[in-house]
Design a protein around this ligand. Sequence first.
Ligand SMILES: Nc1nc2c(ncn2[C@@H]2O[C@H](COP(=O)(O)OP(=O)(O)O)[C@@H](O)[C@H]2O)c(=O)[nH]1
Ligand SMILES: [Mg+2]
Length: 248
Amino acid sequence: MPEHKRKVVVMIPTYNEAENIQALIREILALPAADDLHVLVVDDDSPDGTAELVRAMAADDPRAHVLIRKKRRGRGAAGIDGFKAALALGADLVVEMDGDFSHQPRFIPALLAEMERCDVAIGSRFIIGAADFNRTFGRRMITWFVGRFIRRRFRTSIRDVSSGFRCFKRQILEKLGLDDLVSVGPSIVLEILYKLILMDASIREVPIVFVDRRKGQTKLSGRTLIKTLLMALKFRKIYGPPPLRGSA
Ligand SMILES: Nc1nc2c(ncn2[C@@H]2O[C@H](COP(=O)(O)OP(=O)(O)O)[C@@H](O)[C@H]2O)c(=O)[nH]1
Ligand SMILES: [Mg+2]
């Protein structure tokens, strides 16, 4: 057992999650945890008032925080600002997750427990004990094909390469070079994974059950998906090729 309570910041990028966010924060902050749990919502000035709802909670609970970004919108840019803000809050561990209940708070304790053994724990849909539920068949197929393609390209045996439900050690985020990341959109998830592979970070997967978003709508359009894949093709050029699997 660590002597001091680890400070854990759960970082949630949001765009129009007013229908989900308050219930989600309440569930996270009610988790039984030996750690000092905080939630940081990174909202891109959502027109539906997501940020105001979080601000109201933050006024009553010092463990709830909100960062409002008024500049360029984007899941990636928000994530980068969110990681930096989480480090500034003094986080020992940073969890990233979606704000729509697809990533269920009940899996956070398993991610945190795994951090005794790794630098990064990924909430995975594709290992024993996990499941990818309630999405359309088409969406599941896309995730599967993208995963197959990315695994080869990144030369990794990680099963769920596109999971955005992950926990990071502070030290690994500090080493990652957050200022140099190029993704503005959802390709950030893949870009960070690629950099972790190049850094030879120790990564472990923890089974989760992924469910469809509870309320509201996805922001991932077909166009964004294609843009994300095209970005993923560039990482080898930008950062160099991945090490051969099994090499020392
Ligand atoms: N800050 C911010 N968050 C975003 C943006 N786009 C999506 N998100 C959030 O990223 C998470 C995943 O997005 P979602 O639309 O559910 O994508 P999907 O799960 O791939 O269908 C959710 O919490 C969204 O609110 C954005 O442009 N800015
Ligand atoms: Mg979602």
